[in-house]
Ligand binder design. Sequence first.
Ligand code: CP3
Length: 370
Amino acid sequence: MSPSSASANAPNERLLRALRRQPVDCTPVWIMRQAGRYLPEYRAVRARAGDFVTLCKTPELACEVTLQPLRRFALDAAILFSDILTIPDAMGLGLSVHEGVGPRFRKPLRTRRDFETLPPLEAATDLAYVMQAIRLIRRELDGNDSVPLIGFSGSPWTLAAYMVEGGGSKDFRRAKGLLHEQPQRAHRLLEKITAAVIGYLSAQIEAGVQAVMVFDTWGGMLCTADYDEFSLRYLNLAVAALKAEPATRAIPIILFTKGGGNWLERIADSGCDAVGLDWTIPLDQARRRIGDRVALQGNLDPMLLYAGDEKIERETRRILQQAGNGGGHIFNLGHGILPDTDPARVANLVDAVHRLSREMKASRAKPASI
Ligand code: CP3
């Protein structure tokens, strides 16, 4: 059945079709951090939970905030509400997230002993609250026009960076320092985290997520040789492991290295299904370099949501044109939406992506039918 002839009751398959580079009626769109502080209803639920970490650990509330943006906007996917730092928290580092402070670990990795005694992750049990949230969300989404649920993890390097640093940082001096001062220790840590990431994503897939995204938020702060050795290498291992297992191989994988524009070809070579792009790389350039082997996701600068609707629409059109006619594009921001964004702008953006991409498809189809 072609997507345009799908009945109104059919599940919304645009995202999964675009990830497989199959034809779609219009370009699917979702927004990184689509559930979050820019929504008053999110802030209300977070207040009810008491704090962000408790919100993540309460499956009913995590389910509720996952669904909130879908009630407001015609999004083509839900993304699990959680955080990449649940893995280190489950390994005993003790996560807290407070407004104005950002994420912090009570017990960051400092001594040799800290590294050596870091326990392996048993995702299904150690992060049972995440799996429970996924099952609740899938049950809630199981209706007409239901959208797929995206699961996620941080990349091994990005998680290691937070675990060594103890929280966010301007330059991740400690974490980058470790790579050069103690490369063996860094590799042992990254191996351990890679196993955790593979187990975590497998457990999420088992619980019901229909696509997964790996956030390599801090890959772009490495030089090329270090990116290859300490980030990409472990992304490759994670993708290979998921693609080798019958239970996980059919689930599309999106890899996103923020600031990874220099390495797109090799990111695409990992065997992932889609590459996420930040706003620095025009989609047509990415497509020329990567070819058709993967889908592309992105890449409106989140700052543009502060512009007027006309400008947002102009930039949206530009991105859709750059994506071209070949399909395999998922519209998104180039990074997470900012907390003081006006939700009305998001509504207009989502509608513009659908309307403009539909129009562009129709006008491209015309000459062929004359
Ligand atoms: O996209 C979604 O809506 C799903 C939920 C999601 C969150 N964090 C919720 C969140 C996802 C996918 C993440 C991923 C995440 N977390 C990343 C990778 C993506 C990226 O942005 O590059 C990173 C680096 C983190 C670590 C982290 N957690 C940061 C940097 C912050 C923000 C700190 C701050 O104070 O600005 C968090 C906390 C966090 N994660 C919030 C949300 C909605 C805000 C916490 C709050 O409600 O106070």
